[in-house]
Design a protein around this ligand. Structure first.
Ligand SMILES: [Mg+2]
Length: 432
């Protein structure tokens, strides 16, 4: 079950100015853009918004509405530093963190309910993260939790300021009366086309026949229908070119004295990392486990496989061995669990009959497959796949559409990557 958390700084630039100058606390504050920092308002805090100050309004207008307010010039370098600090806190709470803008990111919380949420609630856990960011970084954040990145973002918007969880099974209900235009990256054209069909809210979309949406908007239409019906589950994917390792670092919400529970968490977390490994078509030769105790001492171990591995059963067996080895005789409660897959290699072919040595066989198979694919393949549709590749496709349809990690890429780019190609193209495909 996918659980994705979206975290977003509240009026980020204005909040940064307050973090930089505590004297501004409690006052209406806005940041002006333009060469002299007094052009248009680029961010305003809640106190200023109460006076009617809005982003994109000229600064003189803001001053007229709110004479007691403070205009700040932008300090982008400082904002970037504060942003980096915020993400450094966030990355301690989930191995998969996908930043999407200077003050926003998604965290994968999918394995949390098996262990972390056993003794706490998402609300408390996220509340603690938010408090920590406010305390250590000095900015307020809001958050949303749902079964996909898109839903989590809508939940944040609904929650601001604060936190909202859309519980499993309640997605459709949550979306029903929300206007479709709230969906990030929907675009004016699609919004208009949907309105022409009478679909203003997700509730309307949910009741429409899905073939109609598919015909009108292609794959996006199909996804939208699933989304509106609460059926859209999407893992948070992260793709990094030439990765050296896949790792995870989780601070438990409380110090865990029960080693069996700690092992369960480590195994489920490793299963997730292995899934990530396969999605990126990689395999690992080494794995490592480090346990930090409540007194901040650490124990750790590694295992090196003779051949690179990508199967849960093999990797988890090795992980369990390391765990039992390093935890024997220990008594202290577990505070943090760090897992790593190292020495990565491409997940490729299976050994064949050609050639004398392993390398020769692999090379021969590679060549043959390459030649056939050059001749017969269409884009995105290889004519020939190795068993591992085929198994991957069947196991994980997400592999067909690898999502990119795009730190600080403009929102629209990110959304386009998430939602696939634009509607025009899909329409042509479907008419064929
Ligand atoms: Mg924000």
């Amino acid at each position: 079950m996918n659980r994705i958390l979206h975290m977003d700084g509240d009026s980020f630039f204005a909040s940064c100015e307050i973090a930089l100058d505590k004297k501004l606390q409690g006052r209406p504050v806005w940041v002006g853009g333009g060469r002299r920092g007094d052009g248009i308002v680029i961010a305003a805090n809640r106190a200023a918004k109460k006076f009617g100050v809005k982003t994109c309004m000229p600064c003189f207008e803001a001053k007229r509405l709110c004479p007691s307010g403070v205009l700040c010039r932008p300090h982008y370098d400082a904002y970037r530093e504060i942003s980096a600090k915020m993400f450094r806190v966030l990355e301690q709470y989930s191995p998969t963190l996908v930043p999407i803008s200077i003050d926003e990111g998604f965290l994968d919380f999918s394995t949390m309910d098996q262990h972390v949420f056993r003794n706490t609630t998402p609300e408390k856990y996220v509340g603690e993260i938010s408090e920590r960011i406010t305390r250590e970084v000095g900015i307020p954040v809001s958050a949303g939790l749902g079964n996909s990145a898109r839903l989590a973002k809508l939940a944040t918007d609904a929650a601001k300021p604060g936190f909202l969880e859309v519980k499993p099974g309640e997605e459709k209900e949550f979306l029903r009366d929300r206007p479709v235009r709230e969906l990030s990256g929907i675009g004016k054209n699609r919004e208009r086309s949907l309105a022409a069909l009478g679909a203003l809210t997700f509730g309307h979309v949910a009741k429409m026949p899905s073939p109609l949406l598919q015909q009108k908007f292609g794959i996006w239409g199909q996804q939208l229908w699933l989304f509106a019906n609460g059926l859209w589950h999407e893992p948070l994917l992260l793709e990094v070119k030439d990765r050296a390792s896949i790792s995870s670092n989780t601070t438990l919400p409380y110090d865990e004295p029960d080693y069996e529970a700690a092992l369960t968490f480590a195994l489920s977390e490793m299963t997730r990392l292995t899934g990530q490994l396969r999605r990126e078509q990689l395999q690992a030769r080494e794995l490592s486990l480090t346990i930090r105790f409540d007194d901040f001492t650490e124990v750790g171990g590694t295992h090196r496989f003779q051949h690179a591995q990508f199967q849960n059963s093999v990797i988890n067996t090795a992980l369990e061995e390391i765990f039992l080895g390093i935890m024997g005789g220990q008594r202290k409660a577990v505070r943090q669990i760090r897992l790593g897959l190292w020495n990565l290699a491409r997940l490729d072919t299976q050994p064949t009959l050609w050639g004398q040595t392993r390398e020769e066989r692999w090379g021969a198979l590679d060549d043959a497959a390459q030649k056939m694919n050059d001749k017969f393949s269409q884009p995105e549709k290889p004519a020939l796949m190795t068993g591992a590749q085929l198994a991957l496709r069947q196991l994980d349809a997400a592999h067909l559409n690898p999502k990119a990690k795009c730190p600080f890429v403009p929102q629209r780019e990110m959304v386009k990557k998430l939602w696939g190609t634009d509607a025009e193209l899909d329409l042509r495909l479907y008419r064929k």
